[in-house]
Design a binder for this molecule. Structure first.
Ligand code: 3PG
Length: 216
């Protein structure tokens, strides 16, 4: 079986280390894509995860990729193999999933695309590790054991680093980031649905700024 290309792992390592916090975005209206991304950039974020959870997602990615090249664009919620090519064509630089299957892990390799698959158990982590995936999402982080889970994994599976997502918040983000096997965290708290609906970009910048200041 093919292995992931090392160039993708080093790209992800650099991107996620620099991101520290990866905002998880659900963009329902294409017109919100740029002001939302700009608001997060202004708050100190340098990468975002635009999820494929809305009809507007691919068009939103295109807008961000063309207009804000300084933001490293991740595409999230990939559930189908053909979506790797779709998000690549939309201008995303990497993809993430809430889980992983052998088919998805292989499809990313076939598409020659940087990919952060997710795992929630030691056996799932090891399956992905065998394909060369040394950076994984821990999802759902809180529900699958959170910080205690990361502590338990750090000694037996010492060479896999995680982006815990799901249940990360302003209350626990610092504790997550203190774990040596955490490369960054993901979360939706930086872009709450109500603020996007209200187009309250200033409030989103404020949340991002506060969160980034706390963790830096
Ligand atoms: C995700 O989409 O990756 C998670 O649902 C984000 O989880 P959160 O809403 O708990 O941050």
């Amino acid at each position: 079986m093919a292995m992931i290309d090392k160039k993708h792992q080093s790209f992800l390592s650099k991107t996620l280390e620099q991101a520290i916090i990866l905002p998880v975005l659900v963009i329902e209206r294409v017109e919100d894509a740029i002001p939302l991304a700009e608001a997060l950039l202004a708050g100190g974020c340098n990468s975002v995860e635009v999820t494929l959870r809305s009809d507007a997602a691919l068009a939103a990615m295109e807008k961000i990729a063309i207009n804000l090249p300084e933001l490293t664009l991740g595409a999230g919620t990939l559930l189908e193999c053909e979506q790797f090519q779709q998000v690549k064509d939309a201008g995303a630089s990497y993809a993430l999933s809430p889980g992983a299957t052998k088919k998805l892990a292989q499809a990313a390799i076939d598409a020659d695309f940087a990919y952060v698959p997710a795992a929630a158990t030691p056996s799932e982590i090891l399956e992905l590790r065998e394909l060369g995936y040394k950076i994984q999402k821990l999802f759902p982080a809180g529900a699958s054991g959170g910080i205690e889970m990361l502590k338990s994994l750090s000694s037996p599976i010492a060479d896999v680093r995680f982006c815990p997502t799901g249940g990360v918040s302003t209350e626990n983000v610092q504790d997550y980031l203190k774990q040596p096997n955490v490369i960054c965290v993901g979360g939706s708290w930086l872009a709450p649905k109500n603020l996007i609906t209200e187009k309250n970009w200033a409030a989103i910048t404020q949340i991002a700024q506060k969160s980034m200041t706390t963790v830096r």
